[in-house]
Design a protein around this ligand. Structure first.
Ligand SMILES: *[C@@H]1O[C@H](CO)[C@@H](O)[C@H](O)[C@H]1NC(C)=O
Ligand SMILES: *[C@@H]1O[C@H](CO)[C@@H](O)[C@H](O)[C@H]1NC(C)=O
Ligand SMILES: *[C@@H]1O[C@H](CO)[C@@H](O)[C@H](O)[C@H]1NC(C)=O
Length: 465
C-alpha cells in the first residue's frame, strides 16, 4: 500500500518534470470569494508536435475530477454542464487559440479551491498538462473576550479568543505576564471550506490578578499585521479587610482616637459592619461607614473591635484588640519628624517677628518722613553727574510715580506741606533736588484730585502711633 503510493508519486513527479516545461501555467493563484480569477495556460514553441485539443480539468480533491472547459479548433468550445463552475467559467479570447487557452472564473467561491489542469491532446507524444493551484483566502472575523471569574485554586478559562470563517486557519497566540496555560486551539471546519479557530487562556485566578493585562494575538495570511486584542482580567473576590488607625497609645481621656476599616473587593464592598468581641458597642463610640471614632477613651474601649465587610460574593473581616492605658505611652527620643516640626515652628516664629518689625518700620516712615519706596537710584544719577544722559531713567521714574498709590503720594506731600524736618530728607538732599525738577508737578496733580484719600492716610498713622 505504502510502496505503491510512493511509487505513483514518483511516477507523477517524473511525468511532471518531463512535461510541465512544455505547458506553461502559474503554479499558484490566490483569490478571495466573489472575485474573478484568471488561469493562464500556454503551449509555446510546439515545434513538430501537433496540438489537437485543449481541456481544463478541475480537481477539487484527488478523487473528484471534472472537465470544465474544452476547445477543439474544428468543433469549437464546450463547457460541460456537469461542472460545478458552469456559467462562471469561460475562455478569455473568443474564439480561443490553441497556443493560449487561458480561462477566467467569475464570482469564485471558497469551494472552487483546488487544482486546475490545462491538458493538451498532442500528436505524437500524447497528453501533456500544466497544473495551477487555486488558493482561496477568506479574511476571518476575530473576536476576544475576558470571562468574569471568581478567585479560586482550580484553573478556569479567564479569556477566550476566536477567529471565525477564515481560510486558511488563523493562528492565535497570547501575550500576558500571567503564568497560566493556553488551551489547545479548537478548530471547526465549515461547509464552505472556511475554518474557525478558538483558543482560551486558563488560570487559577487570584485576587491580585484582577485588572492584569492579557492580549490575544491573531495572525492570518490575509492580514499584513496580526490583530491584537488588549484586555484586562476580571477576577471577583470577597472583600479583603484591614483595620488601620490603632497606634497602641489609647489612654484614658484621649479624644481623637479612631479606627479605619480598609476593604478591597471585586465587586466593590457594599456594607461595613463594626462589632466588638463582647457584642456590646461602647457608648462613646461613633460609627460611620468604615470609620469608628472614639469620643473619649475610657475602660469600655478596652475590647476587641471587628470590622466585617460584604460584597455580593461574601464577606471579609479584620479585628484589632485595643488596650486602654492608664497614661499615655512614654515617648522615646524625638524622631526626625518631631525635630523637623520643632524647626518649622522656630522658623515660623522668626518669620512672623521679621514681618512685624518691617511693617512697623514702614508705618513709622509713612508718618515721619518720605516713603522708602520712592525710587532712589534714578535720582542719584540724575542729580549728580550724568544729567543729560539720564533722560530715560528720568521718564522711567516718572512712570513709576504714576503707579504709586494715591495715599502714599498724599502722605508724602503732607510732609512737605508741614515742612517738618525729617532725618531722611536731610541725609539725602538729592531727593528734594529731584523734586524741584518738575516731578512734583505730577504729584501735585494727583494730590488735588485725591483729597479724600489723603485725609484717610493722614489719619491712619496717627491712630497707630
Ligand atoms: C499548565 O500546563 C502544564 C503542563 O501541561 C501543567 O503542568 C500546569 O499545571 C498547567 N498550569 C495551569 C495553570 O493550568
Ligand atoms: C462561510 O460560512 C459561514 C457560516 O458557516 C459564513 O458565516 C461565512 O460568511 C462563509 N464565508 C464565506 C467566505 O463564504
Ligand atoms: C484591658 O484588657 C486586657 C486584656 O485584653 C486586660 O489585661 C486589662 O486589664 C484590661 N484593662 C482594663 C483597664 O480594663
Amino acid at each position: 500500500m505504502k510502496m505503491s503510493g510512493l511509487f505513483s508519486a514518483l511516477i507523477l513527479l517524473i511525468i511532471q518534470g518531463a512535461l510541465a516545461q512544455r505547458v506553461k501555467v502559474e503554479p499558484e493563484v490566490v483569490s478571495y470569494p466573489g472575485q474573478t480569477v484568471t488561469l493562464r495556460c500556454q503551449f509555446p514553441n510546439p515545434g513538430e508536435t501537433q496540438l489537437t485539443q485543449v481541456s481544463w480539468i478541475f480537481e477539487r480533491t484527488d478523487m473528484e475530477r471534472t472537465n470544465i472547459a474544452v476547445f477543439h479548433p474544428g468543433f469549437g468550445v464546450n463547457y460541460p454542464t456537469t461542472s460545478p463552475l458552469v456559467g462562471r467559467v469561460s475562455f478569455i479570447s473568443v474564439p480561443p487559440s490553441l497556443d493560449n487557452p487561458s480561462i477566467q472564473i467569475k464570482d469564485v467561491k471558497m469551494t472552487d479551491e483546488g487544482r486546475y489542469i490545462c491538458e493538451y491532446a498532442t500528436y505524437p507524444s500524447g497528453n501533456e498538462q500544466g497544473v495551477s493551484s487555486l488558493v482561496m483566502l477568506a479574511k476571518p472575523m476575530n473576536t476576544a473576550t475576558t470571562v468574569k471569574v471568581t478567585a479560586g485554586k482550580t484553573p478556569v478559562i479567564v479569556a477566550s479568543c476566536e477567529s471565525s470563517n477564515g481560510r486558511p486557519a488563523a493562528t492565535i497566540s497570547w501575550s500576558t505576564p500571567l503564568n497560566g496555560n493556553v488551551t489547545t486551539p479548537r478548530t471547526t471546519n465549515n461547509p464552505n471550506n472556511t475554518v474557525s479557530v478558538q483558543s482560551s487562556y486558563m488560570l487559577a485566578p487570584q485576587p491580585s490578578d484582577n485588572g492584569k493585562d492579557i492580549s490575544c494575538v491573531v495572525s492570518h495570511r490575509t492580514m499584513s499585521q496580526p490583530e491584537i486584542f488588549p484586555m484586562k482580567l476580571n477576577v471577583e473576590y470577597p472583600p479583603q479587610v484591614q483595620i488601620k488607625g490603632y497606634d497602641d497609645n489609647w489612654y484614658k481621656g484621649r479624644t481623637n482616637a479612631f479606627l479605619i476599616c480598609q476593604a478591597d473587593g471585586n465587586p466593590a464592598p457594599t456594607t461595613f459592619t463594626w462589632k466588638t468581641l463582647s457584642g456590646l458597642m461602647p457608648e462613646t463610640v461613633q460609627v460611620q461607614e468604615n470609620r469608628l471614632a472614639v469620643q473619649k477613651v475610657d475602660d469600655t474601649i478596652n475590647t476587641t473591635f471587628i470590622c466585617e465587610v460584604r460584597n455580593s460574593l461574601g464577606s471579609g473581616r479584620d479585628q484589632v484588640a485595643v488596650f486602654v492605658r492608664e497614661f499615655p505611652r512614654p515617648k522615646g527620643v524625638p524622631t526626625g519628624g518631631v525635630i523637623a516640626g520643632i524647626l518649622c515652628v522656630i522658623i515660623l516664629v522668626a518669620l512672623i517677628a521679621t514681618i512685624i518689625v518691617i511693617v512697623r518700620k514702614r508705618q513709622r516712615k509713612n508718618s515721619d518722613g518720605p516713603p522708602t519706596h520712592k525710587p532712589p537710584p534714578p535720582m542719584k544719577t540724575h542729580s549728580y553727574s550724568d544729567r543729560p544722559s539720564s533722560r530715560a531713567s528720568l521718564s522711567e521714574s516718572q512712570f513709576m510715580y504714576h503707579e504709586e498709590p494715591m495715599t502714599d503720594l498724599s502722605a508724602y506731600h503732607d510732609d512737605k506741606d508741614h515742612h517738618e524736618p525729617s532725618p531722611f530728607s536731610k541725609q539725602t538732599p538729592e531727593k528734594d533736588d529731584r523734586d524741584e525738577d518738575g516731578l512734583m508737578g505730577d504729584v501735585d496733580g494727583y494730590y488735588v484730585t485725591s483729597s479724600a484719600s489723603r485725609g484717610s492716610s493722614f489719619m491712619s498713622p496717627a491712630v497707630i502711633v
